[in-house]
Write a protein that binds this ligand. Structure first.
Ligand code: 5GP
Ligand code: ZN
Length: 121
């Protein structure tokens, strides 16, 4: 199986390719098990994606695999928000295509600087 950083990965997955640095991204934060990158199509003045190294299709699957990763992702998002000067922000997990999920590797949207009129697509 294709791997990066010693965890399960999916060679068809754009976020696995970003994690492996096969596709460039602007990293703003990282931990042992996560990265945070600027969204390529920002929906707010601050729009960052927190992505776990381990490939799972959505947040619920990550919770089953190892629930502690979700706390690490929220803490990473909070650290990015604070570093970027935002005390108030939204955190969103889109789950399933009908809910707007387009990349099927778990990611947490961090959005700040704009009141959301709709959730990130
Ligand atoms: P979803 O719609 O699955 O909740 O969120 C996927 C997010 O990934 C979207 O906000 C989209 O703009 C972002 N995205 C898709 N491809 C790339 C990419 O290659 N680089 C970055 N930085 N963001 C991406
Ligand atoms: Zn992946």
């Amino acid at each position: 199986m294709w791997q990066h950083a010693g965890v399960a990965a999916n060679s068809d997955c754009i976020f696995c390719k970003i994690l492996a640095e096969e596709i460039p991204s602007e990293r703003v934060h990282s931990t042992d098990r996560t990265i945070a990158i600027r969204d390529i199509n920002p929906q707010a003045p601050l729009h960052v994606l927190v992505i776990p190294h381990e490939h799972q299709p959505n947040a619920a699957a990550s919770a089953v695999a190892d629930a502690t990763i979700l706390a690490e992702m929220v803490s990473a998002a909070a650290a990015v928000a604070e570093a970027e000067g935002y005390a108030d922000y939204n955190l969103v997990f889109n789950t399933g295509p009908e809910a707007g999920q387009t990349v099927f590797h778990t990611h947490l949207h961090l959005l700040a600087g704009k009141r959301l009129s709709s959730l990130p697509a």
